[in-house]
Design a protein around this ligand. Structure first.
Ligand code: UD1
Ligand code: CA
Length: 460
């Protein structure tokens, strides 16, 4: 039997302690909003409906998330007054099917894994399952009360707990899987007769127990999965936990990090074997590295595919580039979107490349700008060569065919084509196409004045 799965994400809290103009769930961890993490995780499961309960900065949240997550159809529900977690779920009831089950998640608990959520869903046999954890310092959190044989009886909040109850170390993560029928039955009955005068979602546990329901509980694999973000220290510490986890997974897959604490992965990184990553390297978006890739200090690599045995020297910026095998890059190279470097090509220091293809074995070694260009195989582009691709209005193409040699400090005024095995003399400004096998010179002829006298200073 399959039953529908809804997800209710509570995200109405203001996040006062962040001291930010930005709603808390839009703060970023590993380059992605907190709410974005939760949404991405949910959508690794088969979810029929996603409800986000928003409050403070709701419109800002909705705009930012709708733009980025257009592929998910999210139902937005406003909770104008934050009267408690129970109230937050209650305002979502009108959007919730009568049957099926719901995962209840928090927009500020970003790292719960899809694997844990699947286990939680599987554990929900009788109507309610929840994620709990035994911790050293339970202060501030809801405590799990169990009877003598270990069955869950209730959740008691810190502020309502007796001194005995405060000693309980098993805490409520706040993440549950509950049958929708029970949510429809219990939520209208919640009262706010407690220390905080809030409508506690946790009270549904008591109600279910009174109905003879056995509450299932599971623990997450990692503690960070249930950790929330309330201030910037917690955000930074959760970021470190997450980076630690990503790095560990890559180490298991055969990647060597010079220092596992000095690398950041803001997205997904897939790497082959015997990859080396030095300190201060940042990966963003979706990056793929082949086997034996060697990345030196300070490189920033974003949405790039890098083939086997490439070597990135220090401080390269690589953005939306596709790099073949055995390519040497840098130091200080800037590869911008649309760069394609074929196998065994070479891009040296202070070279910027944009929307261009560099063919097999070709070299652009020093101080060049190559934009909107197609460069064939075994081409040598000399030091300081510039493609003049922009006339202030239009961008134009430069084509350099196989085996051409472009001397140092040449300006290639696009649109222009250099024929195969052609030679362009150093210092030329090339405005016309050059034929295959030809030599092109486009510079003033040198003149010489013999016995030239330099001016001399007259002493006052
Ligand atoms: C809640 C649980 C507590 C648990 C803890 C885990 C209740 C009564 N208590 O504590 O047992 O240990 O989470 O972190 O549920 N929110 C709304 N609207 C509201 C109130 C909260 O959307 O009216 C959202 C917040 O934005 C946040 C989440 O719900 O994402 C949890 O709220 P928070 O105040 O942090 O949790 P507590 O109620 O203190
Ligand atoms: Ca609270």
């Amino acid at each position: 039997m399959t039953s529908s799965l809804s997800v209710i994400i509570l995200a109405a809290g203001k996040g006062t302690r962040m001291q930010s103009a930005k709603p808390k769930v839009l703060q970023t961890l590993a380059g992605k909003s907190l709410l974005g993490h939760v949404l991405d995780t949910c959508h690794q499961l088969t979810v029929d409906e996603t409800i986000v309960v928003h409050g403070f900065g709701g419109e800002q949240v909705q705009t930012a998330i709708t733009d980025q997550y257009a592929h998910l159809s999210i139902t937005w529900v406003a909770q104008t007054e934050q009267l408690g977690t129970g109230h937050a779920v209650k305002v979502a009831l009108a959007q919730l099917p009568k049957d099926g089950q719901s995962l209840i998640l928090y927009g500020d608990v970003p790292l719960v894994s899809s694997c844990t959520l699947t286990k939680l869903q599987t554990a929900n046999n009788e109507g309610v399952s929840m994620l709990t954890l035994t911790v050293d310092n339970p202060f501030g959190l809801g405590r799990i009360k169990r009877d003598r044989v270990g069955n869950i009886e209730a959740i008691v909040e810190q502020k309502d707990a007796s001194s005995d109850e405060q000693k309980i170390q098993e805490i409520n993560s706040g993440i549950y899987c509950v049958d929708n029928a029970l949510l429809h039955k219990y939520l209208p009955k919640l009262s706010n007769d407690n220390a905080q005068q809030e409508y506690y979602l946790t009270d549904i546990v008591k109600m279910a127990v009174a109905d003879g329901i056995n509450i299932a509980a599971i623990e997450p694999e990692h503690t960070f999965e249930i950790e929330g973000v309330n201030n910037r220290q917690q955000l930074a510490s959760l970021e470190r936990s997450w980076q630690g986890k990503l790095v560990q997974d890559l180490q298991v897959a055969g990647v060597q990090f010079a220092d596992p604490t000095r690398v950041d992965i803001r997205g997904t990184l897939t790497a082959g074997q015997d990859v080396f990553v030095d300190v201060g390297v940042v990966f963003e978006g979706d990056c793929t590295l082949g086997d034996n890739v060697y990345i030196e200090a300070g490189c920033i690599i974003k949405n790039a595919q890098i083939g086997n045995a490439c070597h990135l020297k220090p401080y390269c910026v690589v953005d939306q580039a596709h790099i073949g095998a055995g390519v040497d890059i840098g130091p200080f190279a800037h590869l911008r979107p649309g760069t394609v470097l074929a196998d065994s090509s070479r891009v040296g220091n202070f070279v910027e490349i944009k929307k261009s293809t560099i063919g097999h074995g070709s070299k652009v070694n020093h101080l060049s700008y190559i934009g909107d260009a197609t460069i064939g195989t075994n081409v040598n582009v000399g030091a300081g060569v510039i493609t003049c691709n922009y006339d202030g209005v239009n961008k134009s193409q430069t084509v350099i065919n196989d085996n051409a040699f472009v001397g140092s400090n040449v300006s290639l005024v696009a649109p222009v084509t250099i024929g195969s095995t052609a030679t362009v003399a150093a210092g030329s400004v090339i405005t016309d196409d050059v034929d295959a096998d030809a030599l092109a010179l486009g510079r003033a002829r040198q003149v010489q004045k013999t016995n030239f006298q330099r001016p001399t200073k007259t002493s006052k």
